[in-house]
Each structure stands twice: as structure tokens, then as C-alpha cells.
Design a protein around this ligand. Structure first.
Ligand code: EPS
Length: 503
């Protein structure tokens, strides 16, 4: 499976090309739009999400609602592009301006890129003073925490904290129509701005930030929705939920099993509770406190990170392999999650907690129960059910674990228990309370650039993580059961399940 995405945050749109999905997978735009909409939600998102209504157009690889086995080309237009036609023009700015003459725009500022010629802001402007801690106590403890009445969060509008206008900052005058043509020269600590500009030799940080923006994840979510649809044919389900926002945290709901290895939660109820929460946390009380923490951070001009978990049920024993490092499933999945913007840590199962425990409390005792002869639960192919798949576990020939500290992977191979993956996201780097920075062209001290942004995007990142896990698992699936058509893959999978059932 190969994926390539393209497109800038404020360019015309985002593109994904996914190659390797077999012939004959039922697929419509609605399968993809559902996940695009989920990625847009979550309390703490900024004004951009009020502008965008992400919807895919399938440009290739699908005919009459079925995949053709050819590359699948997906296109997600950026509605905000209308506001950035000049600043993000594909043509050189002077030519683009001729095209846009009807828009009655003011004259262009000097060409960005000439290091000496680029206009620099007046250092005396109070807006250029950093508002964040320059070298004060670290980590800061609730500095600037606001008081006062909390506005009621709204799940319906995604709970955005900023007004939906393009550009500018709340309470400040709107920049001139061509203001975005001015080069961005004050790198944000924590963003790709400075490292990217130095690496590529860019004199305008916009050349870096447009692609470093997490807007690109919309394209990965679209491709991941195709992988999810593919895995769904075999009874595999992927659900994320938020465990932490800032200091508000809940424990993983899936690590502690009941008597005899009974699943700790009903995956349907976990999914319903998660999707009903404005922060995608299945615990309603924690959700309320998380919303409050995001609101307070937003009022203080700050941002918040967090932790989410991805649960994958119905995974058969045998994906990935112990034989070489690059085929180990843990490494592949962790790599996929670490490749998501702002992710700074990944855990599998007990994760870091396993380091503090003796082996007797870490490794999962093995049990056996003959597979049930009853008809398969909905969504599980009969041959997988014969081999012991029950909606929680995938087919395992009847072997099971009394708990799931391994997070469903041993020796780099899936063991049939659900996969349990966690990732830690750092707070978003674009702060309204701007941190100290230095001008890219002169080195002069300035407050970092601020552009409209999110206060917290952990709920959205969890949805993106589902897509990344789906893509990696679909790749591992095709390596084990691959074929040119869905029919071939189903036959290969059925034969494997049969082998397990006859164990
Ligand atoms: C995003 C779109 C962006 C940001 C966010 C993710 O929109 P804009 O830059 O127009 O506000 O909301 O990007 C970042 C957090 C970032 O650091 O770049 C999206 O569609 O997810």
C-alpha cells in the first residue's frame, strides 16, 4: 500500500493518492466524508473549522461504487482558498494580481525572498512584545489562568473559540487584503518554522508552515477511511478516544480484563460515549473538566496537548512478523503514529508502565476455550467466527489472554487480542500569548508570529490516528492475505481462518 499526499493549508486543496487497494472494494464518498467530518470536530478548534466543510471528491480508482485496483485519487477542496488566492497563488504574485484585478486589491509589497529588502515590523509596536514566559518558572504553573463565567461549550459548532473570519486576531483590526503577502519572519517555537526555513533556505516562513500545518491530515484521514472500509470487510474495527487533556486524565478503559479474559468494555458503548463527547472522551465527568481546561487555556492565550488511545478489535493472530525489525507490527504502528504532527510519544499496551512492574504482572497468561459454534456476531465473517473471532478478539484458534498488557502484540506479531495504542500530543505551537522568538532575517528579538489556530486539537488528532493505524494495518493485511481483488483477499483470509479453526 502506498500513499502520497500533496497540498498546502491555504492552497486550493489537498490531494491523496492511495495505491494498492484491491479491485472490488465497495466505496463511496460518504464512506470518506464521515471521517473527514469527525476530524473537524472537538471543543478547542479554531476559526478555520467554521470555514471548512471537508468533503472528498473521488477523482480516480473507483467506478460505479467499487474500487478498480488502480490508484485511488482523492481531492478535498479548501474553502478558505478563496481568502488566500493571492498570498497562495501558484503563479508569481504579479501575474496572479493581474488575474485578480477584478478583486480591486491594493498594490503589492516588495517581492519576499530578498533578505535585505523584506519589510520588518517596528520593534516599538507593543504587539511585538512576547507575552509568554521568556525565562520564568518552567514548566509554568497556571500563570495567567483566567477567572470568570464560563461560556457554555457547544458541541454542535465544534466549540470553536475564535471568530470565523479569515486572518487577524480577535480584538485586533483585520489585516489589509494583501497583508498575507508580507513574509512571515518570526518563527514560532515548537513549529517547523525555524528548522524548516533554515533547512530549505526559505526567507518567508509561509513556504514552510503551509505544508507543516496539520491541515494536511485531512488527506491522510481520507485515505485512511478507504483502509478502514477494507478492514471492515473482515470484522476489524478501529476506535480512538481521548484519555488526557492537559492535567485532566482518565485511565485506559480497556487494559483490565474481567474474569476468564472477559472484555472490559462493550466496544459499541465505548464508541457511542466517545462520539457524544465534545472532546471525544468516553467519561462524561472528565469531558466536562477537559472542556473547562481548554476554555481556560484559550482565555489565557495558551494551548493544551493530551493523550489519546486507539483500540482495534477483531485483529487476527499473525499480522506483522518477528523475523526482521522492519516487519515488527509494533514498530510499524508506532512509526505511523509518530509521523502524525505534534505527536511526541507512543505506547503499546502497558507501555512505559511495564518498565516499573515485575514480569509476572506484565505478561498476559494464556487461556483456551473451544470456539463457539453459535452464528457469528454481526460484521464477522463465518470462517473467522469458527476460528474464535467474537468482535473483541480476532480469530486465534480459541487461545485467549486473561489480560492485555501486551496491547495485542507479542514478538512483533498480533496475538488476536485487541490492539491498544496510546499517543501523547504536545500543545499546539501557535500561541496567542506569543513566545519570545528571533527574526529569521535579522536575528532581532521579537514575539513569535501568531496566526489563527486551535487551542486544542487532541480530539481531532485521535481521529487522524485511527486513519494512520488503518493504513498500516491494511498494509500488513495485504502482505499476509494479499491479492489483486477483494475476492482473492477474502479467499486467502478464509483459508487462514480455516487452518486456525482446524488447529
Ligand atoms: C487545520 C487547519 C489550520 C489550523 C490547524 C489545523 O487552519 P489555519 O492555519 O487556517 O487556522 O487550524 O493547523 C495547526 C494546528 C498548525 O499548527 O498548523 C486543520 O484543518 O486541521
Amino acid at each position: 500500500l502506498r500513499l502520497l499526499t500533496a497540498g498546502e493549508s491555504h492552497g486550493p486543496g489537498l490531494v491523496a493518492v492511495l495505491e494498492g487497494i484491491p479491485y472490488g472494494l465497495p466505496l463511496t464518498a460518504a464512506d470518506i466524508d464521515r471521517d473527514l467530518a469527525r476530524r473537524q470536530r472537538g471543543y478547542g478548534r479554531g476559526g478555520r473549522m467554521k470555514i471548512e466543510r471537508d468533503r472528498v471528491r473521488i477523482l480516480g480508482g473507483v467506478r460505479h461504487g467499487r474500487t478498480l485496483g488502480s490508484p485511488i485519487a482523492l481531492w478535498i477542496p479548501n474553502r478558505d482558498w478563496e481568502n488566500w488566492r493571492l498570498a497562495m497563488a501558484v503563479d508569481p504574485p504579479q501575474a496572479a494580481l493581474v488575474d485578480l484585478a477584478a478583486a480591486d486589491l491594493p498594490p503589492l509589497p516588495p517581492e519576499p525572498g530578498a533578505a535585505t529588502g523584506a519589510p520588518l515590523p517596528e520593534a516599538g509596536d507593543p504587539r511585538d512584545r512576547p507575552e509568554g514566559p521568556p525565562g520564568g518558572p518552567w514548566p509554568p504553573t497556571g500563570a495567567g489562568a483566567p477567572t470568570g463565567a464560563a461560556p457554555a461549550p457547544s458541541a454542535a459548532d465544534g466549540g470553536s473559540l475564535e471568530p470565523g473570519r479569515a486572518g487577524g486576531q480577535p480584538g485586533r483590526p483585520r489585516p489589509p487584503a494583501d497583508g498575507r503577502l508580507e513574509p512571515v519572519t518570526r518563527p514560532r517555537p515548537g513549529h517547523a518554522d525555524l528548522a524548516g526555513a533554515l533547512k530549505y533556505g526559505a526567507r518567508d516562513i509561509r513556504d514552510i508552515l503551509e505544508r507543516a500545518s496539520a491541515r494536511e491530515t485531512a488527506a491522510r484521514v481520507a485515505a485512511g477511511a478507504v483502509a478502514r472500509k477494507f478492514l471492515g470487510l473482515f470484522g476489524v474495527r478501529i476506535q480512538s478516544y481521548v484519555l488526557r487533556i492537559g492535567e485532566v486524565a482518565i485511565p485506559s478503559p480497556v487494559l483490565t480484563y474481567g474474569e476468564g479474559g472477559r472484555p472490559p468494555v462493550d466496544p459499541d458503548r465505548l464508541a457511542a460515549a466517545t462520539e457524544a463527547s465534545p472532546v471525544r472522551c468516553p467519561d462524561p465527568d472528565a469531558s466536562r473538566r477537559m472542556v473547562e481546561a481548554i476554555r481556560a487555556a484559550g482565555q489565557a492565550g495558551d494551548t493544551l496537548g493530551g493523550v489519546f488511545e486507539v483500540l482495534v478489535t477483531g485483529v487476527p493472530v499473525g499480522l506483522g512478523s518477528h523475523v526482521t525489525g522492519d516487519r515488527r507490527l509494533e514498530g510499524r504502528l508506532a512509526g505511523a503514529l509518530m509521523a502524525l504532527n505534534a505527536i511526541k510519544g507512543v505506547e503499546v499496551g502497558l507501555g512505559f508502565a511495564a518498565a516499573a512492574l515485575p514480569g509476572s504482572q506484565v505478561h498476559d497468561p494464556i487461556g483456551y476455550r473451544p470456539p463457539d459454534a453459535a452464528p457469528p456476531p454481526p460484521g464477522i465473517p463465518p470462517e473467522a467466527a469458527q476460528a474464535g473471532a467474537d468482535g473483541w478478539r480476532g480469530p486465534t484458534a480459541g487461545f485467549f489472554r486473561h489480560r492485555n498488557g501486551a496491547g495485542g502484540i507479542e514478538g512483533g506479531i498480533s496475538n488476536g487480542e485487541p490492539l491498544v495504542l496510546r499517543a501523547a500530543m504536545k500543545p499546539i505551537a501557535t500561541l496567542r500569548r506569543r513566545l519570545p522568538s528571533a527574526d529569521l532575517l535579522t536575528g532581532a528579538p521579537f514575539a513569535a508570529h501568531h496566526e489563527r489556530s486551535d487551542v486544542c486539537a487532541v480530539p481531532a488528532a485521535a481521529v487522524v490516528a485511527e486513519a494512520l493505524v488503518a493504513l498500516e494495518l491494511a498494509a500488513a493485511w495485504l502482505e499476509k492475505f494479499g491479492g489483486d481483488s477483494i475476492e482473492d483477499v477474502q479467499r486467502n483470509y478464509a483459508a487462514y481462518c480455516q487452518r486456525l479453526a482446524n488447529w
